[in-house]
Design a protein around this ligand. Structure first.
Ligand code: F6P
Length: 519
C-alpha cells in the first residue's frame, strides 16, 4: 500500500469545482434556505452525542458531490487506511503516525498498555496521598514543565475538565521567559509539589532551562536524594532523562511514532490523569477512539471530520478565505483554540507537496477564536461586517455541568442567534442606512454536543485531528512533520552566543546586529 501523492489542482473534480465556484460565488444562502425547506436536515449529521449542522454553508448538493469526488480523486480512503495501518506516512521523518493506536483499547501495543498501567498506579498514589514528599507530606501541587505539544494539550484538557478535577492544583510552565517560571513557583512549597518534566526529545531549550531552574530552586531547600520524590519525566530520550538525574522508576516512556501535537493521549497526559483521575483520562481516550472509528468507517458524506475538512478546502481554495474561526460556547474550552492552533497550523503550514515540489495553491488555514459569548463583544463585528470571509465553527453543549438553566438558556440562545445573524443578516428587510446593513451569507458550522464530559471532549479533539489530516491529504502535503520550526531554534543559538558574549561578529544581518547591540 502506497501513500497517495495527488496534486489536487490536476484532478477533474478541481476543474469542475472551479467552474462551479463561478456559479456559487454570488449565491445567497438565504435564498438556498427559502428554496429548499429540507436543507437543514439534508446538511446535518447526527453521531453519538454530536449533532453537526453544516447547512449554513455556501454549498448545494452539487458542491457536496464535487467535494466528495475530490476526496475520491486524491485517494483519501487509501490515505486513511495507510495511516491506520502503521505505514510510515510521516515520510520526511521516516515514521509511522500512531496517536490513534494509543486510544484503541481493543488492540493496545504492549508498551502502551504497560505505560498506561504505570500512569494509573502513579496517579492513584499521588491523588490518594500515599506518595509522600521528602518531608513526609502528601503532594498538593503538580507542575507540568513542557512546551508545544508537551504543554498545550494537557493544559487545555485540565482546564476543559476542571469540573471533574480532584484536590490537586495543576500548573503549567512552558515559556523560557524567566518571569513565567518564577511567577509559577513563587508560592509553591517544594515539600508538597511534584514536577513532571515533559519533553519528547528532552533537548528542547525552554523545557530544559525551566526544569534546571526549578531543580535549583528545589535544591535550595531539599537535597539531591529528595529529587526522586518530586521529579518525574516523560520522554522518548530516557538516556537524557537519566543524565538529568531522574530515577528510572520515575521515567514514563513516549514513542517517536507519536507526534508532539498529537501526544496528549500518551504519557504526556500524565498531568491530566493526576488532575482528573485515571478513569476520566481513559474515558477521554475512549471518546477519541469512538471518533477514530467513525472517521475510519463512515461513508464520507456522513463523516464529520471529512465533511468539515472539505468545507474548509472549499473556502480556502475557491473563496480564498484566509482564516477560520472557532468559538466554543463553554468557558471550560477557553484553551481549545490555542491548542488547535498548534495542531492545525504546525501540521498544515506547508508549501512543498508530497512529491517535493513547490505548491502554487493555498494550504494551511489560519485558525483563531475564543469563547462565546465573550467573543461576541470582542471580534464578532469583523465577522459580521468586515470585508473578509471567515467561516466559523460554533461549539455548544446542550446541558451545562452545574445545571443553571437561566445561564444555559441565555448562552445557547446567543450561540444560535449568532449563526442566524451571520446567515440572514438584514437580508430582505429595510435598513435605516448602510452602516446598519448586514449582508449575512456568512458560513458557519454548529456542533451541538450533549454535555462536556471526558468522552465527548476526546471525540471533539479527535474530530479536529482527523479534519486537519484530511485537509493535508487534499493539499498533498505532509501534515506530520514540522521542519519550519527548526531554523529559528538553530539561529537562536547564535543570537544567544552574541548576547552572552557581547559579540556580534558572527551575526551578518544589519538589523539583527543592531538589535543585539541595543541589548
Ligand atoms: O518546536 C516545535 C516542537 O517540536 C513541537 O512540535 C513539540 O510539540 C514541541 O516542540 C516540544 O518538543 P519536545 O516535546 O521534544 O520538548
Amino acid at each position: 500500500m502506497a501513500f497517495p501523492k495527488v496534486n489536487p489542482t490536476q484532478t477533474e473534480a478541481w476543474k469542475l469545482l472551479s467552474t462551479h465556484f463561478s456559479e456559487m460565488k454570488d449565491m445567497k444562502m438565504q435564498d438556498l434556505f427559502s428554496e429548499n425547506p429540507s436543507r437543514a436536515q439534508q446538511f446535518s449529521i447526527t453521531w453519538n452525542d454530536f449533532f453537526v449542522d453544516y447547512s449554513k454553508n455556501r454549498i448545494t448538493e452539487k458542491t457536496q458531490k464535487l467535494l466528495l469526488q475530490l476526496a475520491e480523486e486524491v485517494q483519501l480512503k487509501e490515505a486513511i487506511e495507510a495511516q491506520f495501518s502503521g505505514l510510515h506516512i510521516n515520510e520526511t521523518e521516516d515514521r509511522a503516525v500512531g496517536h490513534t493506536q494509543l486510544r484503541n483499547f481493543r488492540k493496545l501495543p504492549k508498551e502502551v498498555a504497560e505505560a498506561l498501567q504505570k500512569m494509573k498506579s502513579f496517579s492513584e498514589e499521588i491523588i490518594s496521598g500515599n506518595w509522600k514528599g521528602y518531608t513526609g507530606k502528601p503532594i498538593t501541587h503538580i507542575v507540568n514543565i513542557g512546551i508545544g505539544g508537551s504543554d498545550l494539550g494537557p493544559d487545555m484538557v485540565c482546564e476543559a475538565l476542571r469540573y471533574y478535577k480532584n484536590q490537586l492544583e495543576v500548573h503549567f510552565v512552558s515559556n523560557v521567559d524567566g518571569d513565567h517560571v518564577m511567577e509559577s513557583i513563587k508560592d509553591l512549597d517544594p515539600e508538597t509539589t511534584l514536577f513532571i518534566i515533559v519533553s519528547k526529545t528532552f533537548t528542547t531549550q525552554e523545557t530544559l532551562t525551566n526544569a534546571q531552574t526549578i531543580r535549583n530552586w528545589f535544591l535550595e531547600k531539599a537535597s539531591e536524594k529528595d529529587v526522586a520524590k518530586h521529579f518525574v519525566a516523560v520522554s522518548t530520550n530516557l538516556e537524557a532523562v537519566s543524565n538529568f538525574g531522574i530515577a528510572s522508576q520515575n521515567m514514563f516512556p513516549m514513542w517517536d511514532w507519536v507526534g508532539g501535537r498529537f501526544s496528549l493521549w500518551s504519557t504526556v497526559g500524565l498531568s491530566i490523569a493526576c488532575a482528573v483521575g485515571y478513569q476520566n483520562f481513559e474515558d477521554l481516550l475512549k471518546g477519541a477512539h469512538e471518533m477514530d472509528i467513525h472517521f475510519k468507517e463512515t461513508p464520507f458524506q456522513e463523516n464529520i471530520p471529512v465533511t468539515l475538512a472539505l468545507l474548509s478546502v472549499w473556502y480556502n481554495n475557491f473563496f480564498n478565505a484566509e482564516s477560520e474561526c472557532i468559538v466554543p460556547y463553554s468557558q471550560y474550552l477557553n484553551k481549545l483554540v490555542a491548542y488547535l492552533q498548534q495542531g492545525i497550523m504546525e501540521s498544515n503550514g506547508k508549501s512543498v507537496d508530497r512529491n517535493g515540489n513547490a505548491i502554487d495553491y493555498q494550504t494551511g488555514t489560519i485558525v483563531w477564536g475564543s469563547t462565546g459569548t465573550n467573543a461576541q463583544h470582542a471580534f464578532f463585528q469583523l465577522i459580521h461586517q468586515g470585508t473578509k470571509l471567515i467561516p466559523t465553527d460554533f461549539i455548544a453543549f446542550a446541558d451545562s455541568l452545574y445545571a443553571n438553566k437561566d445561564h444555559q438558556n441565555k448562552l445557547l440562545a446567543n450561540c444560535i442567534a449568532q449563526t442566524e445573524a451571520l446567515l440572514q443578516g438584514t437580508y430582505g428587510s429595510e435598513v435605516e442606512n448602510n452602516f446598519k446593513n448586514f449582508e449575512g451569507n456568512k458560513p458557519t458550522n454548529t456542533l451541538l454536543i450533549k454535555k462536556l464530559t471526558p468522552k465527548s471532549l476526546g471525540s471533539l479533539i479527535a474530530m479536529y485531528e482527523h479534519k486537519l489530516f484530511v485537509q493535508g491529504i487534499v493539499w498533498n502535503i505532509f501534515s506530520y512533520d514540522q521542519w519550519g520550526v527548526e531554523l529559528g531554534k538553530k539561529l537562536a543559538k547564535g543570537t544567544l552566543y552574541a548576547i552572552e558574549n557581547k559579540n556580534v561578529t558572527q551575526i551578518y544581518n544589519g538589523s539583527t546586529k543592531q538589535l543585539l547591540k541595543k541589548l
